[in-house]
Design a protein around this ligand. Structure first.
Ligand code: HEC
Ligand code: HEC
Ligand code: HEC
Ligand code: HEC
Length: 234
């Protein structure tokens, strides 16, 4: 019996010490370093203020309509946080232990809720640009997908906007969204309309012209449209 304990303990230490193979959430400021235009525009969207809505007496009228208690503090309610923060319960993502200085990065519906947890692919963005600048050509997007970047915006939006019974989205599972079309038809979600609307008052940041450091599939279906209307970078 005696020898089993130390072996078990050593094994547990190994498990804890082993570097995580999964992509981790890194927060808005990491993406912002290189994508300041998108970050400034994102800050004007309601996604940047989604955590505020969980605070007592914020959006009281809407809460009453949704049969919530307007005086209650929902900022610690796990049935709300999955959709009103970034990466709740996932590696690197928002948790009750997130320090106050990091709230602006994680107590928001940030970049990575739509683009994927960034610890691996964001490094590749920098390397790919370096190669591209020094004559190494474009990098395939398939490499980014392997590193956790998502181009499947339809599923990303659905995870929060269509996560309720009867939405027609097959992935729906509790905890469900509170503000559904049953509460008010204005809470209906139409990907084809919403995903291409950008800027203040919409869900998505404004778009800026890409230099095309990356090439190949998967090119998002809406890319042609979003780039056609894109602004020049500042
Ligand atoms: C070191 C700088 C750097 C960081 C950090 C960075 N990116 Fe990028 N990213 C780039 C560059 C460079 C490109 C290529 C831009 C171009 O083609 O004009 C790019 C491209 C992209 C694209 C478009 C890819 C495509 O299909 O062509 C998306 C989306 C994106 N980044 C999101 C993010 C997100 C989200 C984060 C944070 C997790 C992030 N980036 C972090 C430099 C960076
Ligand atoms: C992690 C969850 C999450 C993801 C992913 C997400 N959203 Fe949202 N979205 C929210 C929340 C929460 C709000 C409400 C913010 C608030 O007011 O508190 C919101 C608000 C919005 C609004 C504003 C609604 C209004 O009428 O004021 C639009 C539009 C929107 N999202 C579109 C999108 C689109 C398009 C996508 C995908 C490309 C997307 N969202 C992805 C959680 C999400
Ligand atoms: C499955 C994802 C999801 C869950 C879970 C969720 N929400 Fe939301 N919430 C959203 C989305 C998406 C919106 C934006 C709806 C829209 O405007 O179309 C939203 C909007 C809101 C709004 C703003 C409504 C308005 O009219 O401005 C409040 C307040 C809110 N949620 C509170 C909560 C609270 C409190 C909980 C937990 C009891 C919760 N939500 C759970 C996704 C979710
Ligand atoms: C609600 C979902 C959502 C969030 C949050 C979001 N994006 Fe995007 N992003 C999109 C969509 C949709 C596109 C357009 C499709 C495409 O071209 O890939 C896009 C495109 C981009 C592009 C390509 C160039 C452009 O301007 O269209 C970059 C770079 C980018 N996002 C970076 C970011 C960064 C950085 C953040 C956080 C500050 C962020 N995104 C937050 C949905 C989102």
């Amino acid at each position: 019996m005696r020898s089993i304990l130390p072996i078990g303990a050593a094994f547990a230490i190994l498990l804890v010490a082993a570097p995580s193979a999964a992509q981790e959430f890194e927060g808005v400021s990491v993406c912002r370093k290189c994508h300041i235009d998108q970050a400034e525009s994102w800050a004007q969207t309601s996604h940047a203020k989604a955590f505020e809505s969980l605070k007592p007496n914020v959006k009281a009228a809407a809460k009453q309509k949704g049969k919530l208690d307007p005086a209650k503090d929902y900022t610690t309610d796990a049935t709300c946080l999955g959709c009103h923060t970034t990466g709740f319960g996932k590696p690197g993502g928002y948790s009750a232990a997130t320090p106050a200085v990091e709230l602006k990065n994680f107590a928001v519906v940030g970049c990575e809720t739509c683009h994927g947890a960034g610890s691996k692919f964001r490094v590749e963005h920098g390397s790919a640009e370096e190669r591209w600048k020094t004559g190494g050509g474009e990098t395939g997007r398939d490499a980014l997908v392997k590193l956790g970047q998502s181009f499947d915006y339809k599923t990303a939006c659905a995870t929060c906007h269509l996560n309720y019974e009867g939405s027609g989205w097959s992935g729906a599972h509790p905890p469900y969204k509170v503000f559904t079309p049953a509460v008010d038809p204005k809470y209906a979600f139409d990907f084809d309309k919403e995903a291409v609307r950008s800027g203040k008052g919409s869900g998505v940041h404004e778009h800026f012209k890409l230099k095309n450091v990356f090439k190949g599939e998967p090119v998002p279906a809406i890319r042609a449209q979003t780039q056609a209307d894109a602004k020049d970078p500042d």
